[in-house]
Design a protein around this ligand. Sequence first.
Ligand SMILES: C[S@@+](CC[C@H](N)C(=O)[O-])C[C@H]1O[C@@H](n2cnc3c(N)ncnc32)[C@H](O)[C@@H]1O
Length: 219
Amino acid sequence: MTDDSGTPAGPNAPTLLSPVERSKLDSGDDARFYASSRFVHHVDEPFRTKLTELYRRELDPDDTVLDLMSSWVSHLPADAEYDRVVGHGLNCDELAENPRLDEFFVRNLNETPSLPVEPASVDAVLLAVSVQYLQYPGPVFAEIRRVLRPGGVCVVSFSNRMFARKAIRAWRTASMDGRAALVRRYVERVGGFDDRRVVSAVEAGTDPFYAVVARRTTA
Ligand SMILES: C[S@@+](CC[C@H](N)C(=O)[O-])C[C@H]1O[C@@H](n2cnc3c(N)ncnc32)[C@H](O)[C@@H]1O
């Protein structure tokens, strides 16, 4: 049994989000909300370009990549080859159209916050513009830690756009810097990550770009 921090539950187990913080305006089944395909971009082109460049800097060509909460687009550099790219999301038709994915799985992480992935088998975990929908980030980030190889990278990107009714209250009510602090807290509380940093670029007239980048500790 684990609590939402990803550590064994017990009287001293830390809690990442309170029930109020993880509440959503729409508490209906996420799978139903995402059942209809949306072949749209969720952030603008400048944001997507910055994310692709960040991936180019942080990932190596022969990496095994896990793209969590993905869709028909992965934002990986078009000219970069990776060893294998595994996708995950809630909409099978969107994932099937994603040209970067070698394989994918569908799983509601708010119901089953675990990953069907071997321990220490992945070099990079990507989570683009979706972290605001996670109600139980503790177990999910503990799973990210579990599947990453030592030295592997986790890149969690986000902006100010969201399906507000499906975003957790802690996200909806926070500033952009507050959101960055929240994601940093997820990574720090789960532990096992070094070199945690926030990358941001805010330019008038474009979607603000934020990413938390963390490396799995090599020790
Ligand atoms: C705004 S889209 C972002 C998709 C993609 N990462 C991108 O950059 O375009 C949010 C994604 O989060 C996924 N998602 C939302 N709630 C989820 C949940 N409870 N479990 C698993 N995935 C979820 C959906 O599949 C959806 O594709």
